[in-house]
Design a protein around this ligand. Structure first.
Ligand code: C2E
Ligand code: MG
Ligand code: MG
Ligand code: MG
Length: 287
């Protein structure tokens, strides 16, 4: 009958709630433990300069390297870090590792003309007006040129609080750092609004790239985004390039920089010399 049916629905609902809050608690414990035990590790994903045909920089991406559970991805722990406020501590750890990598002699040896390094900022960090000066102090201490350092803010974080975002972006740039709008194309910012944001770089989200060769609508949107960016003086990094076909389409549209599994997954720093060789070989094979 009706009542027992409702009862079982409710139990199902309760079970789901319990499961998801258990998982959340689980992740929170894991994150606290990871921060205590230094299990948070930054991996680097290369960003490729199409004109030069080589790796010109990296994005620093956080992982938890658990001794028995293996690697835990940021998609799982970043939302929990934000909910619990642990994001502040996590970001400090990521930032310290990223700045150390920007100053790393081995990495510098791979890049005679320098390289850029990008770090993601979470929405919460837009409410920390002292952040840009803290990062600048860290860079200075390690002897890293600020113009080689790039902060990535997602479109949705910026749109959630444009006023704070603009203040932070402006300060970061005053201090000589670069600012990228991340995941562009997934949020709701109007194209007109882009003009008002003092940005250096636009990172086009993977959703506009996957299957580019078989979706004329995506091709048209990407074309428009690239044209507009050129007019606004923004550099563009096209994210999530996985196949040769997607790469060729992006090239044909005049895209300047790319990031994606075709070139390399995020890797540990010691794997980079090999990745550089592979990227060079990929470009050589296309000539
Ligand atoms: P994101 O900043 O947009 O980073 C790019 C994500 O796309 C990375 O996932 C990367 O591994 C993935 N990716 C790159 N190329 C490809 C591709 O060709 N195909 C596919 N399927 N995926 C590709 P990841 O490392 O899992 O990070 C996910 C998100 O977590 C990041 O998206 C970023 O928003 C957040 N995140 C990662 N590290 C940090 C951090 O230290 N702080 C903060 N606040 N957020 C972080
Ligand atoms: Mg990013
Ligand atoms: Mg992105
Ligand atoms: Mg993303």
């Amino acid at each position: 009958d009706m009542r027992s049916h409702q009862g079982s629905d409710y139990r199902l609902f309760e079970d789901c709630m319990r499961a998801s809050s258990l998982e959340r608690m689980d992740t929170e414990q894991l994150l606290r433990m990871a921060l205590r035990q230094n299990w948070v590790k930054v991996k680097l994903q290369p960003i490729v300069d199409f004109e030069r045909g080589e790796v010109s920089g990296y994005e620093a991406l956080a992982r938890i390297e658990h001794p028995t559970k293996g690697t835990i991805s940021p998609g799982r722990f970043i939302p929990v870090a934000e909910e619990t406020g642990l994001i502040r501590q996590l970001s400090d750890v990521v930032m310290a590792q990223a700045v150390a990598l920007a100053a790393d002699e081995g990495l510098k040896a791979l890049h005679p003309t320098g390289f850029s390094l990008g770090v993601n900022l979470s929405a919460l960090q837009l409410h920390d007006p002292a952040l840009p000066d803290r990062i600048a102090a860290l860079l200075e201490r390690e002897g890293v040129e600020p113009s080689c350092f790039k902060l990535e803010l997602t479109e949705s974080a910026v749109m959630a609080d444009p006023k704070s975002a603009i203040d932070i972006i402006t300060r970061l740039r005053q201090l000589g750092m670069k600012v990228a709008l991340d995941d562009f194309g997934t949020g709701y910012s109007s194209l007109a609004y882009l003009r008002q944001l003092p940005l250096d770089i636009l990172k086009v989200d993977r959703s506009l790239v996957s299957g580019l060769d078989s979706h004329p609508d995506k091709y048209a949107i990407l074309e428009m985004v690239l044209n507009l960016s050129a007019k606004l003086g923004l550099k563009v990094i096209v994210e999530g390039i996985e196949t040769q076909e997607e790469f060729l389409q992006v090239l044909s549209l005049g895209g300047g920089f790319g990031q994606g599994f075709l070139f390399s997954k995020p890797v540990a720093p010691h794997e980079l010399p090999e990745v550089h060789q592979r990227v060079k070989a990929l470009f050589a094979s296309m000539r």
